[in-house]
Design a protein around this ligand. Structure first.
Ligand SMILES: [Zn+2]
Ligand SMILES: [Zn+2]
Ligand SMILES: [Zn+2]
Length: 328
């Protein structure tokens, strides 16, 4: 204010040559129809050549006139408002765009979080196109796989590992969770009698046992029959072994029956004992007739007695076999 006052003082102060423009300026001002300023200005003009007097309001008004008339020309609208309108347009468009983008992102995020995009397979499509998994959806881990994202295949954590249940006589080792089987069932400790592991009765060889026992019994019957006849003829006739052994066929039937029992035993461990006993028996049984001399007859008699002795182990083994049937 003070600078402008000084300027005006200097402006108003000089001589008559400067008064002309000053008056013209005043005239223009009046022509512009700004009467309010007129009086103040005129008043100042009347005091031509005088330093401005004390009224600060008058000086202020005059400054305004100077400013409006000289600097910007009369009647022009201020410059600022049009600039503001342009800026407003430049701001509104991006704001609206940002707003729309924001709404779009908001809706998208809502659909993502609510699971809509996942349920409708959109996440997979997005992943296939962009290679970005927007939201992992992990499957539960199982025995052999860790948690795995259904969409991008990302794995996390470790597989659970199998929950093995030990093998039993009849079931192989298996996983209690996924059912995977490994190896074979252990099998029972025997195929006949009670299993030592599970105590279950096994009767796989039952038919064979009956066959063996029956065959041994038949053999014994014929063996005894032969001995009876032998003794009888031996007692009744002194003529020699031929007479005494004419019923050799009994002995042969006994032999055949024992042999059948041995075949029935097969290679089963359960029948190992009786098989051995029977084999010893038939190996010892004298099947060739003795010759008509004392030595030969003596040897036949000795062999026969040995065979008779070997029937006891057979009887014992048969009894053990019957035990395997006992609780059936
Ligand atoms: Zn994923
Ligand atoms: Zn498993
Ligand atoms: Zn068992």
């Amino acid at each position: 204010m003070n600078d402008q006052n000084n300027m005006n003082n200097g402006f108003g102060g000089p001589g008559p040559q400067q008064q002309g423009p000053f008056n013209n300026m005043n005239g223009n001002m009046q022509g512009n129809g700004m009467p309010n300023n007129g009086p103040a200005f005129n008043q100042q003009n009347q005091g031509y050549g005088m330093p401005p007097m004390g009224n600060p309001n008058q000086q202020f008004n005059r400054n305004n006139n100077m400013y409006n008339n000289g600097g910007f020309g009369g009647g022009m609208p201020p410059m600022q408002p049009p600039k503001k309108k342009k800026h407003l347009g430049l701001i509104i468009v991006p704001v609206v765009l940002l707003l729309l983008i924001g709404i779009g992102v908001g809706v998208f995020m809502h659909l993502l979080k609510s699971g809509y995009l996942y349920e409708h397979g959109q996440l997979v499509k997005i992943y296939n196109v962009t290679g970005k998994c927007l939201q992992h959806h992990f499957t539960e881990a199982d025995c052999t796989h860790p948690e795995t994202c259904e969409i991008c295949g990302l794995e996390q954590g470790d597989p659970l590992g199998h929950d093995w249940v030990d093998a039993t006589c009849t079931e192989a080792k298996y996983c209690d969770r996924c059912g995977e089987v490994e190896g074979e069932p252990l099998g029972h400790t025997c195929i006949q009698g009670y299993c030592e592991r599970c105590d279950e009765y096994q009767d796989e060889l039952e038919d064979e046992i009956y066959d063996i026992i029956a065959a041994v019994a038949l053999g014994d019957t014929y063996f005894d029959y032969y001995l009876t006849h032998l003794s009888y003829y031996d007692l009744q006739y002194d003529k020699g072994w031929y007479e005494g052994t004419r019923d050799m066929s009994y002995f042969e039937t006994a032999y055949d029956s024992y042999e059948y029992a041995i075949e029935t035993c097969g290679d089963y461990e359960e029948f190992a004992d009786i098989k051995e006993a029977l084999q010893n028996l038939i190996d010892t049984m004298p099947m060739d007739k003795p010759k008509y001399n004392v030595d030969s007859c003596q040897k036949y008699c000795d062999d026969l007695n040995d065979a008779i002795d070997l029937r006891d182990p057979v009887t014992e083994a048969c009894s053990d076999l019957a035990d395997l049937l006992e609780d059936d």
